[in-house]
Write a protein that binds this ligand. Structure first.
Ligand code: ATP
Length: 283
């Protein structure tokens, strides 16, 4: 099999949720190695939940996530900013150096070479000179740059980013996008939750539109259509009204994704729920 076309992530009728309540369900399909995917959808659509599931922070309620090509320590996950306590009295250098933890171990010291790599990563995100600053003293944009520097050091083939551009100035967004596009060019697989659809259209070749279930997956221009976005909104409203039940209507399957190596034919299907088969969707 062509390594570049190997799936990085396989989802098999995946349901993820909290306290046995599904937040997102019926996800099946594959994300190819090397894909750059924007995960989009209304508030509460399950975007963060999907990333947490793939990152292993949430155990599936049903179905499976399989990542056959992922090496040990091969996944880097950056949660939303609010989920991290930045009040620690710890320096920017030390926070960024945490990206080397799997090389260094919890109590290991850094070699000269590793310290150099930390400085290189800080330089790559434009934070040279900030090494000794307490992490809590950084602006929102600077903090996001520091988190990206840590990702550079993690050097992971699979990178999951949850809303990396939220509340960030446009100059910083451009710099962070350039880093992401560089990782994409290196063949890494990247899933990024993005709210700004203009940013998705401009930078992301492939999009996964979620609304408690997959609505569409494929080339961005074919996913971010008014019809599919409206369907996503309707589904999310309907789900909120009746959160414990499966209420899915039939939705069209997108044509196979092309280019970018993102989606082989038919992947991340939209399920045409055939209740005649007697599925029992008690979640
Ligand atoms: N820790 C939790 N415990 C219980 N329910 C949760 C938890 N986290 C998320 N949920 C619920 O799961 C659903 C999906 O949330 P999720 O954060 O994945 O959506 P999202 O698409 O990332 O939304 P947003 O765009 O608003 O960030 C929501 O109804 C949310 O309230």
């Amino acid at each position: 099999m062509d390594a570049a076309r190997m799936p990085m992530i396989q989802l098999d009728n995946l349901t993820l949720g909290y306290d046995r309540h599904p937040a997102v369900h019926h996800l099946s399909g594959e994300i190819a190695a090397g894909a750059l995917v924007a995960v989009v959808g209304p508030n509460g659509a399950g975007k963060s939940t999907l990333l947490k599931g793939i990152a292993g922070e949430l155990r599936p309620i049903g179905g499976r996530i399989v990542m056959p090509a992922l090496p040990a320590h091969g996944l880097a996950y950056m949660p939303q900013r609010g989920e991290i306590d930045h009040s620690f009295p710890v320096s920017v250098f030390d926070v960024v150096a945490m990206g080397l933890w799997h090389e260094v171990g919890a109590f290991g010291g850094l070699s000269r070479r590793q310290r150099e790599r930390v400085r290189d990563a800080l330089d790559a995100v434009g934070l040279t000179g900030f090494e000794a600053r307490p992490i809590g003293s950084l602006s929102g944009g600077q903090l996001q740059r520091a988190r990206f520097a840590r990702l550079i050091l993690q050097d992971a083939p699979l990178i999951l980013l949850d809303e990396p551009f939220a509340a960030i100035d446009s100059r910083t967004v451009e710099d962070l996008v350039a880093l992401i596009l560089g990782w994409h060019a290196e063949g890494r697989t990247i899933l990024t939750v993005v709210h700004d659809l203009e940013q998705v259209r401009r930078y992301f070749p492939t999009a996964l539109l979620l609304s408690r279930e997959p609505v569409a997956f494929g080339p961005t221009a074919q996913v971010l259509t008014p019809e599919l976005l409206a369907r996503a909104r309707r589904l999310s409203e309907a789900f909120d009204d009746n959160a414990a039940e499966c209420h899915i209507e039939a939705v069209p399957t997108l044509p196979p994704s092309t280019g970018d190596g993102a989606a082989a034919p038919g992947h991340v299907h939209v399920h045409d729920h055939d209740h005649a088969h007697g599925h029992d969707h008690r979640h």
